[in-house]
Design a protein around this ligand. Sequence first.
Ligand code: GDP
Ligand code: MN
Length: 388
Amino acid sequence: MVSRLLLGMDLYEYQGKELFRRHGLPTGAGKLAQTPAEARAAAEELGAAVVVKAQVHVGGRGKAGGVKVAASPEEAEARAAAILGMEIKGHVVRRLWIESAAEIEREYYLSVTLDRGAKKPLFMFTTEGGVEIEQVAATNPEALVKLHVDPLEGFHPWHGRALTFGAGIADANERRQIERLASQLYEVFTSCDATLCEINPLVVTKAGELLALDAKVTVDDNALFRHEDIAAMRDPEAAPLEERAAREKGVTYVKLDGEIGVLGNGAGLVMSTLDLVALAGGRPANFCDLGGGGAAQGVVDALEVISADPQVKAIVFNIFGGITRCDEVARGILQALEAIAIAQPIVVRFDGTNAEEGRRLLSEAKLTNVYPEPTMLEAAKRAVELAG
Ligand code: GDP
Ligand code: MN
C-alpha cells in the first residue's frame, strides 16, 4: 500500500522504452496504436510479424491475454480489436504498442530500484527472467544477483562484471552487451530521477542480441518539476475516477481497497491513521491529505470525492491543528453536509489549534451522523465499528 504512495508516477511500457532508447538501450522497433485500424497500419509499416501489447500500468499482461503475436496486418487488427477495452487488473486498455516480434532464445531479468533502507540504487539481475521477480526471490534466491551502487561513486564497469559473473553468464559477447546495458540503465535511472527501472524480460535473441522486450519505469513524483517531458507523459485517464476528480480539485487522494475513508492533514498523520484503522481491524478505503491549509472548501471537495466511493462505509477525520484550524475543518464538514447527501457516518478527532471551537461547531449543529472522539485510536475504533 505504502509503495503506491511513495513510488511516484508509473510510465507505460512504450514511454519507458523511449527513455531507454535515449540512453542507447536496445529495444525493438514499434508504434503506438489506439484503434484496430492504427494497429493494422503500424503492422504494415513494421513488416513481418508483430506483437500487439496492451499498455497499462500493471504487469502480468501476457498472462492476462494482453500480449499477442500477430503474423500479418490483418491479424494485428483483429488482435488489437480484442485487446482494446480489455480490463487487466482493473486497468482498461486504451493504448497498444505494436512492436516487431523478436525471436527469443532466453529471457533474463535486469532492474535498478531505489533501496530506501540502504539509501542506494540496487541492481537485480537473474537469468531466470520472464516471471515475477518476487517468485525468483522466493523459490530460487541464489539465482538472483543483488548489487548496490554508491550514488556518489556512480556506476563503474566492475558493477557490470559483478552482475554478469555473479549470474554465471558464460558467453563473452553476451556479457559485454549486458554490462553495457546495465550502465545505460543506471543512466536512465539517475538522469530521470526514477525509483524503478525494470526490464523483464531482457531477452537474448536467436541471433545473440540482447533486447529490452519490456520496460517498467517509475519516476519520483517530487522530481517531475525538472522533467517536463516526462511529466507530460502522464495519462490523466489512467488514474481511478476518484483520483482524477481529486486531482482536478487539488486534493491529494489515493484510492485503496478497504471500507474506511481516511482524511487528515499532513502525510505523516494520515499514514498513522491508516495504521490505526488496520490496528482496529478495519481497512482504509483511501488516503486523503488535506495538506497544511485545510480550508473549508478543501474539506468539502475531499468529502465529495470520498463519499462518492461506494466502497466507503464510514469516514474518519484525524486533524491535528497547527496552521490548519480545527474550526475551519468543522465548517467544511458542515458545508459539505449541507451541500451533498453523505450517507456514511463521519467520525471526527480534533486536536491542536481551535479544537474546542471545532467540536463546539459540530455539536451545536446537532448532526446525527457525526461522531466526535477524543483520540486517534478511539476515532479509528469507532469508524471500524460503524462501518461493520
Ligand atoms: P508482461 O506480461 O506485462 O510483463 O508483458 P511482457 O512485455 O513482459 O510480455 C510478456 C511475454 O510475452 C514475454 O515474457 C514474452 O515471452 C512474450 N513476448 C513479448 N514480446 C515478444 C516478442 O516480440 N516475441 C515473442 N516471441 N514473444 C514476446
Ligand atoms: Mn514483463
